[in-house]
Unconditional design. Structure first.
Length: 476
């Protein structure tokens, strides 16, 4: 795997130099990685990117060339640069499994390490987790809008660079897409790859019919033809039907047609009728071209006869919300040998952090296994599911609920302990299956594309009291 140690912001390194200068390099610190809500599109998110975050941490090391470059900047003390030769991650990491549904302010990943190490990993972890979580979340919305139809990820050519295309496609699979056009992602992760031909194929032959026949000759199995190069209904679909009859006469069945432009609702309904009347009721109709969850939702409402959706630009770039808004904040630090909680104060209440070393507990109805609420609690707090539990809204504390028949699950799982990987990495098939199971534990009201019902994310009694105490002390 690549060594991405130098993929960091300069200020991470200047702070590391400062910690070293004041003899703080062995002082432990705990940081939380979480995201802040940005409208309805991030009312909940699908966590992704942990596998790549693990690879990054396992390969943390400064090469002699790295150290020489940093020295050439004239910014760092030589004694600090000397320490980088032996730099390795020796701390602890806990994280939610990939595919887990998460909510704003909940730690997705927690780092507990010597402060120099914990500080360095901030930028890269945010880069990795933010991007893949963003795309997995966008893909989940697109898949939801498709209402059971297959969704293919087609975004490589519009992605913001090779890594965004490769790992964005991986995240889209976690979000529910069934395949990708990205061959490199298929190679790296064993993801199914799909694709047919472009308009240029049709334009390269003397006629559309000859282009279709040529393609069917080379790819008689799974033949799917793009029918909108010239005129979808007057030439594209009729020529495709001619070739489909020829395929059938040779013992093959066609896969279907693809629509990439025009009024998809009208064209697909008409094409469906034409295919059915010609004796090809099983031929699929694939749609592509500037699709997203909003467009797909509307096309479904208009009765579009689409079986499969190829979604590109608006998925791979998350066009309506191109950044997740994930942050990495100090939650506790070692003072005189003891861990002390830290809180960030802001005039903006949404930016006031939750202090201390925390865990995230998901509470389920014992009878049906459906999620009721999440509870962010201090790590040392314990709960007995055999006893009633009262939870409350941390902003409107009069809103309370007492639970009596419930189970709890700690979402954060150990990943690194003392720098050693202790987490069993699942394969991508297992991650996607888990992602679907996790999503299925939430009522549809929480998953609406528009104006979803607010899922309860509360603070435990202990965490709420600690936060109020620190806020009060700061105000004094």
């Amino acid at each position: 795997m690549r060594n991405l140690t130098m993929m960091t912001d300069l200020y991470e390194l200047t702070m590391m130099n400062g910690y070293w200068h004041f003899g703080m390099q062995d002082q432990r610190a705990v940081f939380d990685l979480f995201y802040r809500k940005q409208g309805e599109t991030t009312a909940h998110a699908v966590a992704a990117g942990l596998e790549q975050a693990i690879d990054y941490i396992r390969n943390l090391r400064f090469t002699p060339e790295d150290i020489a470059y940093l020295g050439s900047l004239g910014v760092f003390e030589q004694g600090f640069l000397n320490t980088l030769a032996d730099f390795r991650f020796t701390g602890d990491v806990d994280a939610v499994p990939e595919g887990t549904v998460v909510f704003p302010d909940e730690p997705i990943l927690r780092v507990n390490a010597p402060i120099m190490q914990a500080q360095l990993v901030e930028t890269a972890l945010l880069n990795i987790i933010n991007h893949q979580t963003l795309i997995a979340t966008k893909a989940r919305r697109v898949v939801q809008a498709a209402q059971g139809d297959a969704v293919l990820e087609f975004g490589l050519r519009r992605a913001q660079g090779p890594d965004a295309g490769i790992y964005g496609a991986r995240a889209a699979i976690i979000g529910g897409c069934t395949a990708t056009s990205n061959v490199m992602t298929g190679v790296l992760f064993g993801i199914p790859v799909r694709g047919t031909h472009a308009h240029s194929w049709v334009m390269s032959f003397p006629s559309e019919l000859e282009a279709f026949r040529a393609y069917a000759k080379v790819f008689p199995e799974g033949c799917l033809l793009l029918v909108d190069t010239y005129d979808t209904l007057k030439s594209g679909v009729p020529n495709a039907i001619k070739v489909f009859h020829e395929l059938r006469a040779s013992g093959q069945e066609p896969a279907g047609i693809r629509l990439d432009s025009g009024d998809i609702a009208y064209l697909s309904r008409t094409a469906r009728r034409m295919l059915d009347e010609a004796g090809f009721p099983n031929a699929r109709i694939v749609a592509s071209g500037d699709l997203d969850e909003e467009v797909i939702w509307d096309l479904k409402a208009q009765g579009a006869a689409i079986n499969t959706w190829g979604v590109g630009t608006r998925l791979i770039t998350s066009q309506d919300n191109p950044a997740l808004g994930g942050v990495y904040k100090l939650a506790a630090q070692e003072v005189n040998g003891e861990m002390q909680p830290c809180i960030k104060i802001s005039d903006n209440p949404a930016k006031v952090t939750n202090p201390g070393i925390k865990k995230v507990l998901r509470i389920y109805n014992k009878a049906d296994g459906m999620a009721i609420a999440d509870l962010i609690a201090l790590e040392e707090e314990s709960f007995d599911p055999t006893k009633p539990l009262t939870i409350f809204d941390p902003e409107n504390t009069w809103k309370r609920m007492t639970l009596t028949d419930y189970t709890m699950r700690n979402l954060l799982e150990p990943v690194f302990r003392n720098g050693e990987l202790v987490y069993q990495l699942p394969d991508l098939d297992s991650i996607t299956a888990y992602a679907q199971r996790d999503l299925d534990t939430f009522w549809e009201e929480y998953k609406r594309l528009r104006r979803p019902h607010i899922y309860k994310v509360d603070l435990s009694d202990g965490l709420y009291a600690l936060k109020q105490r620190l806020l009060s002390e700061n105000s004094r």
